[in-house]
Design a protein around this ligand. Structure first.
Ligand code: ADP
Length: 240
């Protein structure tokens, strides 16, 4: 991000993958993809592929973490070593610890945690293939996986990013745009609640650009939200 480069990211109003500025990459969402998890989901946003698995509500270990008033939500974001061009060193690093934390904060507001006192709900997000926007794809997947686990929620959380490349505000940055662009702003949004649960920003926007980026990102999340609901419906129709 922010690296100046000779790479031209916008040509004749089109992006490097041919998209218009406010166009999402193709999005695929499937609920219930793992047998052993209580809930799971698979999400593809272009070349970014994420899987989320939910376990719980279940007995929480270690016991000193137990909260008598509500469930404790724990989230773990991980990028598979084979998810990027150069092998990623396995295991947690500063980036994945930060993403795990913001993911938890993005999901917590929509879960009725107080319905599951003294338990733990664990969410594991694995990035299988990475091409930009992995945290938002992970949040989108986790939200569907939580619903698939039957956990009571106020709303689903849909997430996507907007940013700036070649002085143009764009929706849903791919890896190259993220690397060589000027700004990246991931957003998570609960449409029914009209609540933004995550807003981060890497790079700079003018005030006007920020307004456009916010509009693009919110529009994007609304489109993703419809696909999340469709995935959950398909899951239940199959189980009938
Ligand atoms: P996000 O994936 O949510 O956009 P970042 O902005 O931190 O999060 O990362 C942007 C992109 O940089 C990732 O989607 C991925 O394609 C790439 N990237 C991140 N970490 C690594 C890594 N260790 N090795 C190679 N590429 C990486």
């Amino acid at each position: 991000m922010g690296k100046s480069s000779d790479i031209k990211l916008i040509t004749d109003g089109k992006r490097i993958d041919g998209r218009k500025p406010n166009e999402l990459r193709p999005v695929k969402i499937k609920a219930g993809v793992l047998e052993r998890a209580d809930g799971s989901a698979y999400v593809e946003v272009g070349g970014t592929h994420a899987i989320a698995a939910v376990y719980g509500p279940r007995t929480l270990h270690p016991r000193h973490l137990v909260n008598a008033q509500k469930a404790v939500l724990r989230t773990k974001y991980d990028m598979a070593p084979f998810s990027v061009d150069d092998r990623k060193r396995p295991g947690p690093d500063r980036r994945s610890i930060e993403i795990s934390k913001v993911t938890r904060e993005a999901l917590e507001p929509v879960i009725f945690l107080e319905q599951y006192k003294k338990t733990g709900i664990d969410v594991f997000i694995e990035i299988l293939q990475s091409d930009g926007g992995t945290r938002v794809a992970g949040i989108t997947a986790a939200s569907v996986a939580l619903a698939d686990a039957g956990i009571a929620m106020r709303d689903l959380v849909a997430a996507c990013a907007a940013g700036k490349v070649d002085d143009t505000v764009v929706l849903d940055l791919c890896g190259k745009e993220d690397n060589f662009g000027q700004a990246d702003m991931p957003i998570a949004y609960a449409p029914n609640e009209d609540k933004i649960t995550l807003l981060q920003m890497d790079g700079d926007f003018t005030e006007e650009e920020f307004e456009t980026a916010l509009k693009y990102a919110l529009d994007g999340t609304k489109r993703i939200y419809e696909l999340q609901k469709k995935a959950l419906k398909e899951r239940y129709e199959k189980n009938e």
